[in-house]
Structures are given as structure tokens and as C-alpha cells.
Design a protein around this ligand. Sequence first.
Ligand SMILES: Nc1ncnc2c1ncn2[C@@H]1O[C@H](COP(=O)(O)OP(=O)(O)OP(=O)(O)O)[C@@H](O)[C@H]1O
Length: 877
Amino acid sequence: MYALRNGVILCNALNKIKPRAVPKVVSSLGNISSVSSSEEPAALSAYQYFENIRNFSVAADDIGLPKFEACDVEKGANSTKVVTCLLALKSYSEWISSGSIGTWKFNDNLKPSKFFQMKNSEPIPDSARDSPSPFNNDKLLNEIPPHESTEMFSVDMHLHKGHQQKLKDIRMVKPAIKDFMDNKKALQNRRVFAELDSVPYDIEIEDENSVNIMDSATSGKVYKEEDKFRLEKHSMVFEQQKKDIRELKGVLRSTKSDVQSMQTKYSEDICSLGKQMNKLAHAASGYYKVLDENRILYNQVQDLKGSIRVYCRVRPFLPGQSSNVSSIGHIEDGNIKINTPLKYGKEGHKYFSFNKVFGTSATQDEIFMDTQPLIRSVLDGYNVCIFAYGQTGSGKTYTMTGPKDITKQNQGVNYRALNDLFYLVNQRKGVFLYDISVQMLEIYNEQVRDLLSNEEICNSSQKAINVPGASLVPVSSTFDIIQLMDIGLRNRAIGSTAMNDRSSRSHSCLTVHVEAREIASGTILHGCMHLVDLAGSERVDKSEVAGDRLKEAQHINKSLSALGDVIAALAQKNSHVPYRNSKLTQLLQDSLGGQSKTLMFVHISPETDAIGETISTLKFAERVSTVELGTARLNKESPEVKELKEEIARLKEALAKKNGQPDHHVNIATTPAKKYSNRYLSKNTPNGKKANFRRKTTDDAANTEASSNSSPRQRKSSIGDLQELLSGSDTSPPWVDSSNETSSESVECSVVFPRQDVCERQVDSQPIQQPVVTEGFDDQQLNLPTIVSSEASFRCTGNESKLKQPQPRVTKFNDIRTSTAVKSFLQSPVPATTASRKVLNAVSTTTTTTSSNINKTPLRMRRQKEISDNKPNLKRK
Ligand SMILES: Nc1ncnc2c1ncn2[C@@H]1O[C@H](COP(=O)(O)OP(=O)(O)OP(=O)(O)O)[C@@H](O)[C@H]1O
């Protein structure tokens, strides 16, 4: 800039571009030339300087160059205007040399303040590609090692406009700066000149990262000492970083290869895991197959063993009940977890296992699906019994029949079973001919009633396998059955209690008799199915019953208690099973201890306040599931055998007529269709009247066969049951013998305790649990069974001929502990007969017995006689 101060250079330069543009140039003292460009300027006075500058300024203005003042070229002044003017001059010169095409106009972009900045990552402008550049030096470029990337040496480069072209790479700056750093002399002078391609440049370091490179003719900048250290430091850091990067690259490479090898290993591992998983899945499917097979086999074994199947069903909460807390825990397969309060055990839960457990969401359809195979076997000649057990209001009637308003979706097992039977009958039409007939009974207050008639089944001279005198109605379609069941349901005793507003107050039993004749062979199959809806056990304090309802409840509890005794005896395989303690157990005798296929639906409620009943119900059900029935027997007979049987029946009837006695042995089950016409059904029911079915008469017996298709065991018990049922009165003592005949039978007494707690204490006390040895009895035994209600019965087995007096079966004591007779009977082993008498006398004092009962022929005697009379007929095929 100093060189420009005298204006000689400027004036000469302009004259060179445009001759005579500056007419007067003062180049030295006294030497004023109009055009003087080559002389070396001598020292000029300040005035001359000013004149030159002014002349230049006028000439520049004429051309259109930007102006500047003389003071702008003074030392320390801002040189921007001067540089702008020079840039314009250069541009003008280029325009002239390119032939002065068009008009020249100064481009404002060429001002020095518009030095372009180039970051190392910026692409090089196309316009910069072809112009000569001080840095476009291959030699210089080749000196830069390739790894010295500019990222590590970030420099902003400010180039004078004239040299900005062809700046290919910011890396070019680096050797320049390196040279500049090494140039001690330059540092000493605090001026740096870089000479590249023989062109001098000022290099101005603004800061560590910014370098201005300018034409040395236009500007010279001072390089500060401290910048050097900053750059050195930066360079060291850069070197270090380069080293680190190299190391990191090495680490990255080795990590990469590690990762690759790990990937390979993992993929191999995953591959082998996949193979193992496949194997496991295969094994698991095999395992489930085996489980299924096991289950099927288990069921088959159960069938062969003849165990009673038990299905448990949980009733959902009823509308209006809070379903927040349930006593039902987890249900899985055949297992159910019951959440119990502390008093039932520390664990807070109990587990029970059954053949199946249905949760609250189980539908009627699902229930039936699992029952269907059992029901179908009736058509194949098996006896089947399905009964529903549970506390009152737990859903027994719902399962067996359905809710109050029955639809196709919600109808219960009874409807579905019969529907299914007819479906199968139709399918087998060409192979079998079927006769199907239906009976509906109820046991209400220990009386057997016919639900298909208005009458109670009273003492009758007729006998049948099941219940004599009951209407047996042939049916030929599902419609018939629905009509019948409607009649039966209307006749059933129901009442409202605090526990259930439609509580069944009786045990109901729908029995379906099936006789199938195989057309080709003439073989006959007999099947019989009991569908029993038991009345629910109830705690009278909870059900808040009184009067008739209380009486019903007591009968219900008593018969269920008797059922419990029977189950207990069967489970323990006792030689004596007290079937005769109630009409219910008599009715179910064949199903519980016979050779039929039996299924019990045990029902429980989810409410927590029913937990006591739930636990005792489930315990009972568990005991039931241990009862073995023996292999279910196929009731099949050839035509010859059937013919012979019929012949025998005819002969017996003739003999009876001859002797003036009616024949008692009638099996209505085997020939139902001949006895009744189902015209009765459609005739009497449409207007809602109860059908009054014709009862079986002695005449019908001619067309029936003797009950000889029963086994001796069955027959014996059947006759016994029959007699018991026929007796129709609790006051009839079955063991009383007024004849001289002797037989060994058990004597059964029931004691009614006034309060259950008294009774429980008595049962818990030692003496009562001990069997009493009684002299003179064949089989000494005293038994107090588990007591559910306030009643208990005990049995003394002995020679009934020694008991001359008729005794009642049920009596009441105020408190058994205060009864000396009972105490001595229970506690003293001898003399047995006296003790027995004592207790029986004590019993008799509190009971009314009628003379008709006393004089009645003892059942056992009659039964034995019948058995011996019929011995040849008892043999089964
Ligand atoms: N699985 C179920 N789904 C829906 N409601 C049910 C179910 N089981 C029972 N109920 C309803 O619960 C109530 C009592 O059922 P149900 O009368 O069948 O009980 P129960 O055991 O036969 O009683 P009881 O022994 O007193 O005759 C009825 O209103 C019935 O509709």
C-alpha cells in the first residue's frame, strides 16, 4: 500500500491500460511527464503525491472505476476503497484486452470485502476450474501426503478475488502455511510472503483456522507471534489425532473382524438352536399326543374299572351378585383350586381333582359334548346314570334341564340327551328297531311320585325293575319328549327359599328305557338311562325355611346324608351298603353299586359365604370318584333266550292264576311300547292339562318278561328296593320278623339329634366310634356314619329272628348323652341282645307303630322266598 502512496504506479497502470487516461504524472522532483510508467519514482513531495492521486482519481472516475481518496493510501488507512478500485481496474483491463466487447461495467461483487471463503468440504465452483491459480501447482499438491486430510487441518481460506479460481483443494494451503511457519525470516519481519508460481502473495493469519491470502500488491498483513504457537499446538493435536485415528482404525478393523467371527458363531449357534427347538417341538407334540392317549387310556381303564365319573361345574355369579371376590381359584384340566379362609387351612387354598372341571363360562353345549358318548351307549345296551349333586342354588336344575325360559341354546342335558338318542335312532334305522319309553319320577318327602301323572306311587302289587306303577310312556320323537318333560316339570315340587327362588324341593329322575332289536340277527339290547336332578342340600339357617319347607329340607338332607353313607360304604368297599336308608339310594342303587356307567355333575357356587358347603360338596365328590362300579355290563340277549324267558313268564302267570295269586314279577322296562300308546301324549297335553297316563296293570304283565335279565345281585337288590319303595311309608319296619324263619340281616336305627352340635360331639367322642361287640349276632358291628344333618343312623348287624318286636326306624332323643339306654348300648359290649333290646325299646317308646306294620310279612323273608322261587330264572346270559 505504501508503494501506491505517490500515485505513480496507479497512474502508470491506468495509462498502460488506457493510454493517456492520466494526462499528467509527477514521477520525481521536477520531472513531470505526461505519460511516465517505467521510471523508478524518486521521492516525491506530499503535494505531488496528492496530485498524482487526484489525477488518477479523475481518470478512474471518467472510466467508471470506483473512487478513493488520497488519504486512503496513507499508512494505517482502510485500504478497502483502494483495493476495490484496483480490482475494478483489473477488470477493466481484462475487458479491454478481450476486445472491449459491449460496455464495461464495474461489478460490485468484486469488492475485496467479498473475498470468498471456502471450507474444506465445499465443492470448488466451476468458474474456478480453469483460471490460473497460484496454488494450482501439481508439485505442491503431490507433496501433500494423502492421509493428511483437511478435516484435521481445518482452514478457511480467503483469497483475493483474482486468485480464487482453480482452488481445487484446501489442502493446498497447508504446505504454504508450513513454509510460512518455517520461514523464520518472515516471522522476524512479521510479514509473510509466499511465492507460488513466482507470484508473490501476502498470507494473513487471522486466527488458527483462518488464513487470508492476498495479492501482495494490494495488501500486506502482520503475522502475530502467538499465532505461531497456536498453529503449532494445533498441528501437534492434529498429529496426535491422526495417530489416534490410525490406532482407532486398527481397533475398528480388529473389532470388525471379531464381530464378523462372532456373527458367524452366532448364526451357527442359532442354526443349531433352531434344530434343537424343532426337535423339542417334535418331542412336545409327541408328548401331548402321549398325554392325550394317556387320558383316553385312563378313561378306558376307568370305564373298565367302572369308576363313577365326576364332572365339576362352577355356577357363575347371578345377576345382582357382587363378583369381586370369588372362592374359585385357578381351573385347569381336571383340577380346581378353591380359595379358602384361614380356618380351612394355613395355605389359603385347597385343590380338588375330577375327571373334568367346567368354569363359569362353560356353555350347555360344552357340558353336553363331554356327556354325549356316555349317553349314546344307552342305545348300545348299557345302563347309564347321570346325576346332578350340589348345594341348593348351585345350578343342578340348570345343568340337567336349563333355566326358567328354555331355548334351544340353553336347554340342559335331559333335552339334549333325548334329542341325541332320536338322532342316532334315525341313523341306525335300517339296522335296529328301537322302542323308547320314558318315566319321570320324583322323591318328595321320602315319597315316590309319578311326575307324568297326578298320583303318588302307592303300595302296589306290581313290581318292575325300577319303580312299579309309574307311567312309562313310549316316545317316538323329540317332540314327544319335550311335551312329556314339560308335563313333568310342571308337576315337580318347587318352592321359593332364601337361597333359590325356584328351588327344587324333590329329587327328580327322568328314566329312558331303550329296547333295540337288531333286524338281521334278532338280538335284543336293553339300555336304561337315569337322568337325576337331586334336590340341593341346604343349611336351614341359611335357607330360612320353616313349616313345610323345613320338613322338605330335612327330608332332602336326610336322603343326601343316606347317599353319603352309601358312597362312603362303597368307597371303603364295605360288605354292607345301606341302600335302604332312603328312597333316593334305593332308586340309585343300580347306578351306584351296579354295573352301569355313572356320571355325577357336582355343582358349586362361587360365593365366598358358601365356602363351607363348597368344600364339603367337593370332598363328597372326591369320595364319589373313588367308588368303583365294576365293568359296565352289556344287556344283550339272543332271540332264543328272549323266547324262553317269555315262555317262563307265561307259565308263571298261569301258575299264579291257578293258585289265585297275581304275578308280581313284571318288567315294564323291557316292553314299554306294548303297554301304552303315545296317543295319550298329544291327546291330553295341548290344553295344558296334565297327562293322565295309564298305569301298568296286572294284565300288562302277560306281555312282559320277568326281571330275569338282571344279575342275581341286581335282582336281589331290585326286589328289595322295589319292596321298600312300594311300602311307601317310613313306619314300615323292614327287619321285623313275626314268623319263625330266621335270616341274618342288619338292623338299622336312626337317631335324630335335637341339635347338630350335640350330634357332632357325640360322633367325635370315642365310645361311639368304636364298634360294639354284641353277643349272639353273626356280624357284630355298630356304625355311626358321618352326619350331615342333625340325624344319625347306626346299624347293628345280627340275627333278626332274635328281634321279636317291631321297631321303628327313626326316633328322637332330646340328647343322646342323657339317654342311658343308648349310652349303654353304645358303650357296653355285653350283653349284646339285652343292650340292643334296651335301645330298641327306648326307641319304641317314642314312636308310634301301627299294627298293620307289625303284622306285615317281613320283607327280607318275602324277598328270600322270591329269590329261591325264581332261582332258575335269575341266571343271566
Ligand atoms: N351355569 C349357569 N349359568 C347361568 N345361570 C345359572 C347357571 N347355573 C345356575 N344358574 C342360575 O342359578 C339359579 C339357581 O340355579 P338352579 O335352580 O339350577 O340351582 P339348583 O342347584 O337346582 O337349586 P336347588 O337345589 O335349590 O333346586 C337359577 O336362577 C339359574 O338360572
